[in-house]
Design a binder for this molecule. Structure first.
Ligand code: NI
Length: 171
């Protein structure tokens, strides 16, 4: 297992449309292990493969709090088949360090995907898990949180990001 480096906006690889995974090979299983480790080390609630420069339709999510047992979910070739309700959620993204902004999302989603053993499952989610699924699923299509902000909010968010990047460059 290894911690991979996370791409930050405006890296062009974050804009690629990711490709489906045909078979869950040992290489894919190893990739999933790296993604879990990278997400927990960050730490983050979710991580999509394109964020580590791998253009495959795969993401991992764990919505458990610090003192709670792991609730890790692996989504391979996910498809959101139903969306219901509306919610405004304060989101962050490991590719936008220092940026937190309210984004419009569906309140509940139904998602179909394969798990890390290649078995199909369907999951109905609400709350943080529903938001995380929508956020990570966007990454697979090269869609980023700034794309879902108003022009004004996007400008402020990108200014915060630049400030954070300048700080870490000087650190
Ligand atoms: Ni993200």
């Amino acid at each position: 297992m290894a911690i991979r480096s996370i791409l930050h906006y405006p890296d062009k690889r974050l804009r690629e449309k990711a490709q489906p995974i045909d078979v869950v090979t040992p290489e894919i299983v190893a990739l999933i292990e790296d993604m879990k480790e990278t997400m927990y080390a960050a730490p983050g609630v979710g991580l999509a493969a394109p964020q580590i420069g791998v253009a495959l339709r795969l993401f991992v999510i764990d919505t458990a709090g610090d003192d709670e047992p792991s609730e890790l979910c692996v989504f391979i070739n996910p498809e959101i088949v139903a969306r219901d309700g509306e919610v405004l959620w304060n989101e962050g993204c490991l590719s936008f360090p220092g940026v937190h902004e309210e984004i419009d999302r569906a309140e509940r989603v139904t998602v179909r995907a394969l798990d890390e053993r290649g078995r199909a499952f369907e999951l109905e989610a609400d709350g943080l898990l529903a938001v995380a699924i929508q956020h990570e699923n966007d990454h697979l299509d090269g869609v980023l949180m700034v794309d879902r902000m108003s022009v004004l909010k996007r400008r402020l968010a990108l200014r915060k990001l630049q400030k954070k990047q300048a700080e870490s460059a000087n650190a």
